[in-house]
Structures are given as C-alpha cells and as structure tokens.
Write a protein that binds this ligand. Structure first.
Ligand code: SF4
Length: 614
C-alpha cells in the first residue's frame, strides 16, 4: 500500500480529491493478500471520463465475481495530482486498496480513443513499470489492452504485452484462469505469452515480425513462433441474454460525464454508414430480450439510486421492440421519478414519438447527426437520411416544444466539394426558416441552432480505410468557408481542431514504427492530448521530426487496394471484399440498404453466428 499519511496530505492540495479516494457505493475491496490473481483495470483518462464507460463496470464486476481474483481501478491522475505524487514519491495506485499498480499481476488498459495513447505511457511511467514490453521482467505486471482502438494495435506493439481483440467478457476469464496455472508452474513470462497466444482473440505483437517495402508500405507480417496464429479472429459474445451484466454499478461521489444507468440494449449496427468503424467491428447485431432488460433495470435502479436509465447502443431507435421496452420502463419507474433517455436518435417520426413519450416534462436539446450537408455526400457515406427526414423531424420537434437543436456534421469526407461544405450552412438556415415559418403564436421557446463539425478521420475496418485525410490547411479552409458564411445570431458554429484529427488519423492507421514517436512525444511532455488545455501540437511535430517519421504518410496518403494494411492480420468477420465493394459504391454514390431488411453480404455470418444474421 502507498504511504497513507503522504496520500492524505496531497489530497488536500488537489482540485478533486474524490477522483482518487475510491470507497464509492458498490465498489469492491478484497483483501489483496488472499488473492491468487490481482488485476488493475486502467482507464487512460481522468476518473469522470473512465467511470462513464460501461465496459469498465462490466469487466470490473465480472472479474470480481471470481473468488480468488481481485479487480481494482486506476485512472490517469490529473496534472495537479501527478505533480503532487511525484513530489511525494507516490507511485500510481489503485483506488480500492491504494496498492501500487506495479504489484498487480495484470495492468489492463481499455483504449477507447487514440489520443489517450500518451496517457498509457505516462501511467506506466508513474507506476514504475518499463514502457517497452521487452524491458519488463516477471516482477512487472503483464500490460494488456482491449477496446475499439486495438483493431489496429500496431502503434502500441512495442508497449503492450498482448492485446485482446473483440468483446472481453469471456476471454478475460480464460486469460486469468490460464494465469493461475502459470503462476504455479515456475515458467517465464514468454511461456505465458505463448500460452495465451493460443486463445482466440489474443494478439502478442512480439511474436510477429514486420518487413517493409522501399516505399515504406508493409511487405510482410509473419509469426516468428509456431504457436502464434497468422490471423487473429475477434472474440464476440453469441448470446447477449446469457452474457454477464452487472446488477450493481459503482456510484461516484462526484459528477461524472454520464451520471446514469447505462442499460445496454443491443450490440452492433446494421445501418452500414461507411465512415463508421463501430458499425463494422461490433457486427453482428445482437439484442437483449425485453425480459432480460427489465430484470437488469430493476436490479440497477434498486442498487444504485440513479434517476435516469440510458438505453445504450450504437443506434438505440433500431431496437426491435423499443416502443414496448420504453412503455414498460415508464410504467415501472414513473412514480419513482426515474427517467429514460436515448443517447442516439434517428431522424424519423418513430424516434420522435418515443422521445415525446420519455421527455413528457423536460424538453432538453435535441441532437441529430445528418453527418453531411448535401444529399450527394450523404449518399457517398451511406447515411440513409434525406433532407425531408430532417425537415419533417425538426418541424415535428418545434411543434412539440423543442427549440434547441444541435446538428452534427463531418467535414473532409471523401469526394467532398465546397458545395457540400456549404450544404451544412444551408441546412442550418433551413431549420431556422422552419421555426420562423410557424405562426408567431405557435412558436415555443427561444430558437437556438448549433452546427457542429468534426474533421473526418478515416478508420481501419471501414470502406474508407484506404482514403487520404484532408490536410490541416484544407480543413481550415473549409472551416473558414463556413465561418464566413454563417452569419446569424440564432446559429452557432462549432468545429474540432483539425490538428488533433490529423494526429488521430496517424495513430488510427499507423504501424509499429510509430511506437518511438509516441514515446518521444510523451518524453516531450505530451499527455491528455484530447484535452484542449493540454494539447501541444508543436511537441508532436518535433517528435515526428526527431524520430524521422512522416505523419503525412499515415494520415494523408490514399492507399492502393492491394496494399497490406497494418491491421490486415485481424479478422473482424466482415470481409475485405465487402469493404472494397462498399468503397467503390461510395465513389459511385450508390446506397446499400440497412441489412435488417435483407442481408447485404458483409460476410460476418460466415465466421460468427448470432443476432440478426440468422
Ligand atoms: S451477414 Fe448480412 S445480415 Fe449479417 S451483418 Fe452482415 S450484411 Fe447484415
């Protein structure tokens, strides 16, 4: 355990001590001395962000159900706390037992976004664990990682001992059980890595060798030990009704990003938006039954005291029995004043009807994501939304009393022209006209329209994985085009920092040669890169220069369809042929239907069963 006297002393000097004390309702503290295996679950961002992540709650409770295994949490300490910890010589510790992370058997990171990678390095450093995997001994924990980013694990190949590709509920316990046997065996670290590499979904990067062509593209990637498979097949849970879901959630003392019960209603998405990585990697769609969901909701409401249940998924309005589920939940919880919310809304009257039902009193802001300003570009990205859908939905929303509308877009999508960019402004103005075209006596509230534009980042395992990203200058030109043209006090225009999206694009489609750049950027002080107050682009550019790595090679270059991509060795279940077909259809502005209406041949049903594909 860390020095508690020192710990108590520094707590008084930091901004939010509750980030570091643990002891929340439903947190689980076991006696570590009695445990056969100790697992530190790491979220490489601050407490408030990490505690809002459903995966953390699932794995934390799942692992702690095992009698001889303890799972404790660790988050990235904010800069004030880090400074104090270094000053007092306190290493990174877990919240439950305040035990140094270095004393655990596993340090497991969840990687939700690429810009958290320098925090992974920083957390290793604060723990006193060598940053490079090859420099760790049996005295150090196994450093492992999972989450959506590990569908291209290569930029972290030198840092992480092994990756868990796909859904973690089953494979995590398989790993931990193998570790129990390993611990008794007296074998060395490499033997355990060999052992886990036999498990489906596990990727041990040190067991593979990558060679490159003269132009910098990948020539080959081959396993260098017999046990390592040539292809790593993602793990999925076949039946969501049978998989573990916690009955209790830790209830923080401080406000977190999503302060509510996240009730996961299904996994996967059938819509087929061509920019969306989650829509591919979480296939196939698998729903939880209403009975199961009601049972889970009852337990979670009873055990947490939360007053809001959020029905989470990639596209919650697509749940096949959403109306019934919502009315059942309202019947049960209306009296207890537990509200229901939907995090993602579609632009149709069905979604709005449901919303009307659940927002009987509160009329909070409405958010829609048309993603692109013109119909042409929406067809390119296969966003099955028309302008009519938007105008109908917005008219309906204004009639029902909403007056605060947010519209999300991306700029820099493949084939985008200035006309498409200005389409964003045009949609904003159309929404404004709809509001003011209502008779004055019918207008409710004060109109506020927010147009929000993020910079498109091409992601692995999408039909756009081959495209070059817009340059920072081009993004800025498009942003200025919109800024110059949006001149209405009812409309606010927000946009993301293109420099951050450029770095995200490099890391998202990078290879293992980026590891040294990541470490160099961290050495220069980069951490919490997703936080604008700490993001330092110049340091990153210095890091690229000093490590002789060309960022443009990864972000801006259009790839040949034949090129070996760094993540090609992973089998997401969706075939490369399907992604190529979709890429070609995008260029031809051809739509692909929602595959709930009929299979469109993505291939996942060939290697994985379950969900809508059956
Ligand atoms: S196999 Fe067919 S139904 Fe299943 S996810 Fe793919 S396209 Fe959709």
């Amino acid at each position: 355990m860390i020095d508690i006297e020192k710990f108590n002393k520094i707590l008084k000097r930091v901004e939010k001590p509750a980030r570091y004390i643990g002891l929340e309702k439903n947190s689980i503290k076991k006696n570590l001395k009695d445990m056969e295996v100790k697992f530190a679950f790491a979220f490489p961002d601050i407490y408030e962000v990490g505690m809002s992540h459903l995966g953390l709650h699932i794995l934390y409770n799942l692992i702690n159900e095992e009698e001889e295994i303890a799972c404790e949490r660790v988050f990235a300490p904010w800069v004030d706390m880090e400074k104090e910890m270094i000053r007092e010589g306190i290493p990174l510790f877990t919240l439950e037992s305040r035990e140094p992370v270095k004393n655990f058997d596993f340090l497991g990171f969840t990687l939700q976004y690429e810009m958290s990678y320098t925090n992974v390095i920083n957390m290793l450093h604060l723990s006193g664990i060598p940053i490079l995997s090859k420099e760790r001994s049996l005295e150090d924990p196994f450093v492992i990682a999972g989450g959506p980013c590990v569908y291209n694990p290569e930029p972290l190949a030198d840092i992480i001992d092994f990756f868990v590709i796909g859904e973690g509920e089953e494979v995590t316990l398989e790993i931990l059980n193998r570790y129990k046997d390993f611990k008794k065996s007296g074998k060395d670290k490499r033997d355990f890595l060999k052992e886990v590499s036999k498990l489906e979904g596990i990727y041990v990067p040190s067991f593979y060798q990558v060679s490159y062509n003269e132009d910098g593209t990948i020539k080959d990637m081959i396993p260098i030990i017999e046990e390592a498979p040539k292809t790593i097949k993602k793990r999925i849970i076949k039946d969501l009704n049978k998989v573990y879901f916690p009955e209790k959630l830790i209830v923080p003392y401080i406000e977190i990003v999503h302060d509510r019960i996240p009730l996961e209603i299904f996994r996967g998405c059938t819509r087929g938006c061509r920019f969306c990585q989650a829509g591919i990697i979480y296939r196939p769609v698998r729903e939880k039954s209403i009975l199961k969901l009601l049972e889970l909701a009852d337990n979670l409401v009873k055990n947490t005291g939360y007053e809001d249940i959020s029905l989470t998924s990639l596209s919650s309005c697509d749940y096949s029995q959403l109306k019934l589920l919502v009315s059942e939940l309202i019947n049960r919880y209306e009296e207890k004043k537990v509200g229901i919310s939907l995090p993602s809304l579609r632009l149709d009257s069905f979604s709005l009807d449901i919303l009307k039902e659940i927002e009987k009193v509160r009329k909070t802001g409405l958010t829609f994501a048309p993603e692109a300003g013109s119909q042409r570009l929406r067809d390119v990205i296969n966003k099955g939304v028309t302008e009519e859908d938007l105008t109908t939905a917005v008219s309906y929303a204004f009639k029902e009393g909403w007056s605060n509308i947010k519209l999300y877009f991306m700029i820099g999508l493949p084939t985008e022209t200035d006309e498409d960019v200005l389409g964003i402004k045009n949609l904003g103005y159309k929404v404004k006209d709809i509001f003011f075209n209502q008779p004055k006596e019918k207008r409710k509230g004060n109109l506020k329209i927010t147009l929000s534009a993020s910079c498109f980042v091409p992601k692995p395992f999408t039909p756009f994985q081959w495209v070059g990203q817009n340059s920072i200058d081009e993004f800025n030109r498009k942003i200025n085009l919109l800024k110059d043209n949006i001149k209405d006090r009812k409309i606010t225009f927000n946009y993301h920092d293109p420099r951050l999206s450029y770095l995200e694009a490099i890391l998202a489609r990078g290879d293992r040669r980026l590891g040294k750049t990541l470490i160099k950027a961290w050495e220069k002080g980069c951490k919490f890169d997703g936080w604008s107050e700490l993001f330092d682009y110049d340091k990153w550019i210095e890091a690229f220069y000093e490590t002789k790595v060309q960022g443009d090679f990864y972000a801006l270059r259009e790839r040949d369809l034949e090129e070996i991509l760094p993540w090609d060795f992973i089998d997401s279940g969706v075939s490369k042929e399907y992604l190529i077909k979709e890429y070609k259809k995008a260029k031809a502005q051809e739509l692909t239907r929602d595959c709930r209406l009929g299979c469109t041949g993505c291939g996942i049903n060939k290697s994985f069963s379950g969900g809508v594909c059956n």
